[in-house]
Design a protein around this ligand. Structure first.
Ligand code: ZN
Length: 295
């Protein structure tokens, strides 16, 4: 069978394909990552895979890849995986063909092949999670970049002297449009430090400050979307991640704010949608890698 795995800082998610049907599963690896025990978690993944007669394995992983060396060069959220030869590890242990891609790029491919991005000509995906991931599938092809590091939209500047981003720069889109961005906005308004899922719950209950935080959050999100539409003129943008999953009205808010900002013609044929694959879009995308992007 063919399998896609999505390695994140907290979970490894799997998409198994056999006889035309796909099953998903996830395992918690947070403890291994905290203990910097990369081999511990890779062996656990291997244990799940090794009796399955795997022909092709697709790997989606959070971070900037070095594809020619078969490892992750920089991964702020999975530090210990940096420069570990994961492609060789799986190739040697599974005797399978291995494909690797950045998780956000893989997620875009997953949405294109299996999700709400089917038949889109220019598809952009944005994942609002711990960070802000993004990917593009253009005329059926993943835009990976010459070095595999294209589509770092989260690290494009929206405030020249803005907030510090996890990448070390200032004013990146991610420093506002992510879970930590939302937490900062809420803190700025209230002097209270609470986690993003609590802010989402408060907003859903109609709490004024939480709603205000989302207005500011959406102002940055829509600026990011305007930049995207002015560069790509897409027909589909898919938003995913915990924030939008639990606060889906954000999709409508973002579209109406984008209308105020973008060239009207650039959004004439644009549809903004929520992800159908949810947290498994990266695993589905990793699976899609094993078929060269075709379902
Ligand atoms: Zn950044």
């Amino acid at each position: 069978m063919n399998v896609g795995i999505d390695i994140g800082g907290t979970f490894v998610k799997f998409a198994f394909e056999e006889n035309g049907s796909i099953k998903t599963e996830k395992i918690l690896i947070k403890d291994y990552i905290e203990k910097k025990d990369i081999e511990g978690f890779l062996n656990e993944v291997l244990f799940i895979l090794k009796d399955k007669n795997i022909k092709k394995l697709g790997i989606a992983v959070a971070g900037l890849l070095n594809k020619s060396k078969g490892y992750v060069e920089i991964s702020p959220n999975i530090k210990p995986i940096e420069k570990y030869p994961i492609v060789d590890f799986f190739r040697e242990n599974l005797k399978a063909e291995i494909y690797i891609e950045n998780d956000a790029n893989a997620a875009a491919l997953g949405e294109y092949i299996y999700g709400n991005g089917k038949n889109s000509n220019i598809l952009i995906t944005l994942t609002l999670g711990t960070g802000l991931g993004s990917g593009a599938v253009i005329n059926g092809k993943l835009l990976s970049g010459v070095n595999g590091v294209a589509m770092e939209l989260g690290h494009t500047t929206v405030e020249k002297n803005g907030w510090r981003c996890h990448c070390g720069r200032n004013g990146c889109l991610e420093s506002y449009v992510s879970s930590y961005g939302l937490e900062r906005i809420y803190y700025m308004l209230t002097d209270k430090k609470i986690i993003s899922s609590e802010i989402v719950s408060l907003a859903n209950e109609g709490n004024t400050k939480a709603l205000e935080a989302f207005e500011i959050f959406n102002d940055y999100l829509s600026t990011g979307l305007m930049n995207i539409t002015h560069i790509f003129n897409p027909d589909k943008i898919i938003l995913s991640g915990g924030i939008v999953e639990h606060y889906p009205i954000l999709v409508k808010m973002a579209y109406s704010k984008l209308k105020e900002k973008a060239f009207p013609v650039s959004i004439e044929d644009l549809d903004i949608d929520i992800s159908k694959l949810g947290e498994y879009s990266g695993a589905y995308g990793a699976l899609a890698l094993t078929k060269g992007g075709e379902s």
